[in-house]
Design a protein around this ligand. Structure first.
Ligand SMILES: [Zn+2]
Length: 270
């Protein structure tokens, strides 16, 4: 069964009156056996994100601040030490992020984004947890900063989530030991370049996600997304890669557990 490696169960954009428990129940009914609930602000949504993970079997979470909220994090003076301590505070916290750079929206100052990204990378190196990276229109800086902070040589590992960047970033991230995660974007009609990248990356580096409530895959594009829909992206990818769906599920699940090692400790096979 599928594991959705990236979703936001506590996000305000989920449908009104739809609780995380409702969304999780629909996902499990649709054959999604696990999911990672991604934090977007350490002193914002993180406590709720964690308690959702604690309350449900095979729902894990991350701790971190999205680049959109990097300036808020700077104002609140969140320290590296705080991230490290939180990351180790619960068995359900299996990664750090999402963090990165978004120069498309620039909702936060570039300097704050860079400082926050560096802090998250350092927390990963310190804790051994994988980094969940958000990259938009910032390919060069993403790679440069990962390398300046030590990259794979320093023991850093992680995933380029909701991959929609260039081949250069995909190749650089692979060199640094990162996984590449595909969302509903890969199913969109104009995503030819992205589909070529999906075909070219080593299959043992491939992950799958919804990024719900955003980016519902075809044929549900435009709807509020949820983890139950991950199979649409899965079937699309299996066709694209000439694999049967079961094989794709097994590959992506094995990859998930080799990256998010801490998830194995609480995983319950049903
Ligand atoms: Zn996200």
């Amino acid at each position: 069964m599928y594991i959705d490696s990236h979703c936001h169960l506590n996000h305000e954009r989920n449908a009104d009156g739809d609780s995380p428990a409702d969304i999780i129940a629909r996902a499990k009914e649709a054959g999604v056996e696990g999911m990672v609930n991604i934090s977007t602000e350490i002193r914002g949504d993180f406590p709720a994100v964690l308690s959702t993970a604690q309350a449900h079997e095979n729902v894990w979470c991350t701790v971190g601040t999205h680049p959109h909220d990097a300036s808020i994090e700077a104002e609140k003076a969140v320290s590296l030490q705080e991230i490290i301590e939180l990351a180790g505070s619960d068995e359900n916290i299996i990664g750090i992020g999402e963090s990165g750079l978004d120069y498309y929206y620039n909702h936060s100052d570039k300097e704050d984004q860079v400082a926050s990204f560096r802090k998250h990378i350092q927390a990963c190196i310190e804790t051994g947890l994988p980094l969940v990276v958000h990259a938009r229109d910032a390919d060069e800086d993403i790679l440069r900063i990962i390398r300046e902070e030590g990259g794979a040589k320093a023991g850093l590992t992680g995933v380029m989530h909701c991959f929609s960047s260039t081949r250069v970033l995909a190749e650089g991230a692979l060199e640094e030991g990162f996984y590449i995660s595909f969302s509903g974007i890969v199913t969109f009609k104009k995503s030819n370049e992205l589909q070529e990248i999906a075909k070219a990356i080593p299959q043992d580096k491939l992950l799958i996600e919804t990024d719900a409530p955003f980016l519902a895959p075809e044929p549900l594009r435009g709807k509020i997304n949820e983890p139950a829909y991950v199979s649409h992206t899965g079937r699309f990818l299996s066709n694209l890669l000439n694999l049967d769906e079961e094989t794709l599920i097994t590959i992506s699940k094995n990859n998930f557990f080799s990256l998010f090692k801490k998830a194995k400790e609480t995983y319950v096979q049903n």
